[in-house]
Ligand binder design. Structure first.
Ligand code: NAD
Length: 285
């Protein structure tokens, strides 16, 4: 069994982004800028934003976090986004999800200028992804594809089973696999007999949020396992959706949690923001 080591690859990608920032700065005089909107006090969201901010600092981006109270109005968030859409120092805008229930999340995501949509959540970029056109692709599934590429895993013609069908993980994951010519199945909470589907997987990609959802008897011998889940276990440790100890004995490749897909997500945010900055610079010159 080989570990799909996202930590090491993400460090490599960060070095490339760092070099890209220097190169862009020497041409344009400015560095990529990322703005983050963080609403409320959720500790997990605050921790993710903090990790993203630190990563921005490491590669030399300009970054700003707009922290807003839980009871913020729709108008106030919208005004902040409009401001950032018009701010030439900002190349990427990230809205940390989930937003509180009084906020219309769809309206917020649709307000982000698609050329600054480094999370790839705007319907314009979602449409470009599903039609196989270049655009901004959600960071987590993009990171998975980079990780597979690093280990020379070509999904073409393989049975890829995605468990979880959210807009930010499962659906874009499936679209990327399909674009890479895999045969793709998507399972979700209403899928009948999950095991029947997962046993068919050459590559099993799981992003659900349920500890130990995937057990050894649900996995084909020699399968490639990508665990996208991040859950806090009762003992405080971070774990994925796959029963790692037992499944690892059976598969050919597996991502650890932590150290697999998580660091790749942040690396892809950096590379998407650098891409946005380069495109924005090109447009202006
Ligand atoms: P979500 O709640 O929006 O979606 C969960 C999906 O899983 C849904 O499609 C649902 O139908 C499906 N599901 C739920 N229970 C199921 C079950 N018992 N069997 C089959 N399918 C089931 O969650 P999300 O935002 O997509 O996140 C999913 C997981 O991925 C979470 O653990 C989250 O923390 C993690 N995540 C990790 C990263 C990363 O960087 N590695 C990034 C984003 C999300």
């Amino acid at each position: 069994m080989t570990l799909l080591d996202g930590k090491t690859l993400s460090q490599k990608i960060e070095l490339n982004v760092q070099a890209g920032v220097k190169e862009l700065k020497s041409r344009s005089g400015s560095v990529p800028g990322l703005a983050v909107i963080l609403v409320g006090q959720d500790p997990a969201s605050a921790a993710y934003v903090n990790m993203k901010k630190k990563a921005c600092d490491r590669v030399g981006f300009y970054s700003v976090t707009h922290e807003m109270p839980e009871d913020i109005s729709q108008d106030a968030i919208e005004n902040t986004i409009k401001m950032m859409n018009n701010n030439p120092n900002i190349d990427g805008i990230l809205i940390q999800l989930p937003l509180p229930s009084q906020i219309d999340t769809t309206k917020i995501l649709e307000l982000v200028d698609p050329s600054k949509d480094v999370d790839g959540f705007h319907p314009y970029n979602v449409g470009r992804l599903t039609t196989g056109l270049d655009g901004f692709v959600p960071c987590t599934p993009l990171g998975v594809m980079e990780l597979l590429k690093e280990y020379d895993i070509d999904v073409k013609g393989k049975n890829c089973v995605v468990v979880g069908a959210s807009n930010i993980v499962g659906k874009p994951m499936a679209a990327l696999l399909l674009n890479a010519n895999a045969t793709v199945e998507i399972c979700h909470i209403f899928t009948d007999d999950l095991k029947k589907h997962t046993l068919n997987a050459d590559v099993l990609l799981v992003g659900v949020g349920v500890i130990n959802l995937i057990k050894e008897d649900m996995v084909k011998d020699g399968a490639i396992i990508v665990d996208i889940g991040i859950n806090r276990a009762a003992n405080g440790k971070l774990v994925g959706d796959v029963d790692y100890e037992n499944v690892a004995q059976k598969c050919s490749y597996i991502t650890p949690v932590p150290g697999g897909v998580g660091p790749m997500t942040i690396a892809m945010l950096l590379s998407n923001t650098l891409k946005a900055a380069k495109l924005n610079y090109k447009e202006k010159n």
